[in-house]
Design a protein around this ligand. Structure first.
Ligand SMILES: Nc1ncnc2c1ncn2[C@@H]1O[C@H](COP(=O)(O)OP(=O)(O)OP(=O)(O)O)[C@@H](O)[C@H]1O
Length: 634
């Protein structure tokens, strides 16, 4: 959606835009309107009331027409405000960019200068500038621009500091581009929205400041009018003729309100992340709004309830709000796990593995995510019905996570043992010493060498494999019933990966927790897990015992996915990548989502939703042709 379209969706911004456009049109048209001469005095008609003697808004103390002066004054104020804003944005922008780009002493010198400018109260500084340069509108505008340079310089520097360290700027340097070219083509486009936003939200303020200087007699000089000098003139006769001050007062007020509404709207349109409601802090739990999903319980019957399951997921669907509407990222996901059982979820990137894993403890981000249907039963409770307090107790206690990169989840400033202790829910009367002992025991349990040393270390002092073991120790802290590992070995080298997989296998054997292991590596999952669920475009397309699925997949997608995974000991195995790409969440077809990439698709595949069918031998498959294809293969 374009910036303009986003702007026009905000009623307050539209009101601001209408007001500002109205004022600008009036100011531009001033010379062509049938107005009286704004500077022509008419002593006989001094302080005429509005409507009297052909003066719609009356006259001032010299008998000048207030309406004409107001429109011409508006023209002057707008021009001065815009010019001062552009000048401040230009100079401040350059200072900010140069300071961030060159760093070190350049940055130090420029920023100290900016600090000095900011140390003075703005009006005092503006008065000093005007005193030095002499009164007059141009000098007043210059003073206001100088006073506002620091705001632009600081904002731009802050943003540019992050950008100049990015790899694409380093790449431009390596390519031999000149500093100017890098600043203009790589850095500037990234700070431009911020510059526009700062200008849009400051311009109203700058018009007010210029009006303030004119009000004090330091800006527009007689007979020229601007809104500030008109207010200053009106103040002298406010008791006898309040309309003289009221007219410019109302115009300044409405103009600045309009500019601020427009500026705020522009900020939200240019950078939606800055908008309060949408960015807000993520909610502590995924929103649940069941009953909105159309697909209902397809496949629910097939899953059936599993006797003595610790986790029972039925027809779970999670949707994400996008600018084009709300679309399900996962649909109708059902499976069940017994204590000690391990389920591997595999699929291409974007197939919904992580959204499934996160939705189980309502950790999928809201906004933009909402769980729109389903049930997640852990030991009889439906997680989707729990209060926030109950949900907090459940997380960590009964369901725990291990993520891909523990460096992002560990606190860089806390020692390892303190972080593990923090994850432990203390038993009654359990003191600090006992908790530390439990932390050491956990560390030994997950195979961390030399727990004494590692306990005192910070996360950055550990290797990737050690950090992942810390992540596992924290997840195991309260002996959860369900352990969910989301690609826990992806960031590790092959040897370390093997050791961490062994750790998961041991945990499962010894602790009897149910394990959900998310991975894009079918080989790893087949080795570690009892069952495999293959996901495609947000749906489980095949689910069953790991060995059976890996050796004799029933769904054409599962078969292709397994065919394109390299296998240890089979160096000659031909790898056949699947042509095409999975559909985006807002472009999923009505029927089988894999049909456009499937060699076996027929018209019936595209006709409508395909149910997850029971395929015997404890297997389920979402394909209407699996029996035929199995026959062909045999
Ligand atoms: N915060 C979000 N906002 C909008 N859409 C999202 C969000 N998070 C995920 N999605 C969408 O949901 C779908 C499933 O994403 P998910 O992260 O579950 O995939 P995945 O299978 O785990 O992929 P990967 O292996 O790359 O992690 C994707 O199409 C993604 O675009």
């Amino acid at each position: 959606m374009s910036v303009l379209a986003r702007l026009l969706r905000q009623p307050f911004a539209v009101a601001g835009l209408a007001l500002v456009l109205g004022f600008v049109a009036l100011a531009l048209a001033a010379p062509f309107l049938p107005l009286l001469d704004p500077n022509a005095t008419e002593p006989a008609n001094r302080l005429a009331a509005p409507g009297a003697a052909g003066h719609l808004l009356g006259t001032d103390q010299l008998g000048r027409d207030i309406l004409a002066r107001l429109i011409f004054g508006l023209r002057v104020s707008l021009a001065v405000g815009v010019a001062a804003t552009l000048a401040a944005a230009l100079v401040g922008g350059i200072i900010g960019l140069v300071a961030a780009f060159y760093g070190r002493w350049v940055d130090g010198a420029l920023m100290r200068l900016v600090d000095v400018l900011m140390a003075f109260p703005y009006l005092l500084l503006a008065l000093a500038v005007v005193a030095a340069l002499g009164p007059g509108l141009t000098n007043a505008a210059l003073a206001i621009a100088i006073v506002n340079v620091p705001f632009f310089a600081r904002a731009v520097r802050g943003q540019a500091l992050g950008i100049v360290r990015r790899d694409y700027v380093a790449a431009a340097r390596l390519a031999g581009f000149s500093d100017l070219r890098i600043l203009v083509s790589e850095v500037l486009p990234n700070v431009a929205p911020l510059l526009i936003v700062t200008a849009a939200t400051t311009i109203g303020w700058m018009i007010l400041e210029t009006a303030g200087l004119s009000f004090l007699g330091l800006g527009a000089q007689p007979p020229q009018a601007d809104l500030g000098s008109m207010l200053g003139d009106g103040r002298k006769v406010v008791a006898a003729a309040p309309h003289v001050a009221a007219a410019p007062g109302v115009v300044v007020f409405v103009l600045v309100v309009g500019l601020n509404l427009l500026g705020d709207g522009l900020r939200d349109a240019l950078d939606p992340r800055m908008k309060g409601a949408e960015t807000g802090v993520p909610q502590p739990a995924t929103r649940v709004e069941r009953g909105r999903a159309a697909s209902g319980t397809l496949g629910h019957e097939a899953s059936g309830a599993l006797a003595n399951s610790v986790l029972d997921v039925r027809a779970l669907s999670t949707a994400f709000a996008t600018p084009r509407g709300s679309f399900p990222a996962i649909r109708d996901v059902s499976f069940a796990l017994r204590a000690g059982e391990a389920l591997g979820i595999v699929g291409e990137s974007g197939s919904g593995k992580s959204v499934t894993a996160l939705s189980l403890a309502r950790l999928a981000p809201t906004p933009p995510g909402t769980i729109v249907s389903g049930e997640v039963r852990i030991g009889g409770d439906d997680v989707l019905d729990l209060s926030l307090d109950a949900l907090r107790r459940l997380r960590g206690d009964r369901i725990a996570y291990v993520f891909q990169d523990p460096l992002t989840t560990l606190n860089p400033l806390m020692r390892i043992d303190a972080q593990i202790v923090e994850a432990i829910r203390p038993g009654p009367g359990e003191g600090a010493k006992a908790l530390r002992a439990r932390a050491r025991a956990l560390m030994a349990d997950v195979g961390l060498p030399d727990p004494g040393r590692i306990a005192r270390a910070y996360p950055h002092e550990l290797s990737g494999g050690q950090r992942q073991r810390v992540g596992v120790a924290m997840a195991l802290a309260n002996a959860p019933d369900v352990l969910i590992a989301d690609e826990p070995t992806t960031a590790l080298d092959a040897t370390t990966q093997g050791r961490i997989l062994e750790l998961f296998a041991r945990i499962r054997r010894e602790r009897g927790a149910a394990l959900i292991f998310v991975s894009h590596d079918v080989g790893v999952v087949a080795h570690l897990c009892d069952r495999i669920a293959v996901m495609y475009a947000g749906e489980i397309v095949e689910e069953g015992p790991a060995r059976a699925v890996a050796e004799r997949p029933l769904h054409p997608y599962a078969a292709r996915l397994i065919a394109c995974a390299p296998q240890l000991g089979q160096p000659d195995k031909p790898l056949a990548p699947i042509p095409g790409a999975p559909p985006a969440i807002d472009a999923r077809p009505d029927g089988c989502a894999f049909a456009p990439r499937c060699d076996h698709a027929i018209d019936a595949c595209r006709a409508g939703p395909i149910p997850l069918e029971d395929a015997g031998d404890d297997r389920r498959v979402r394909c209407i042709r699996w029996r035929e294809l199995l026959g062909e293969a045999a």
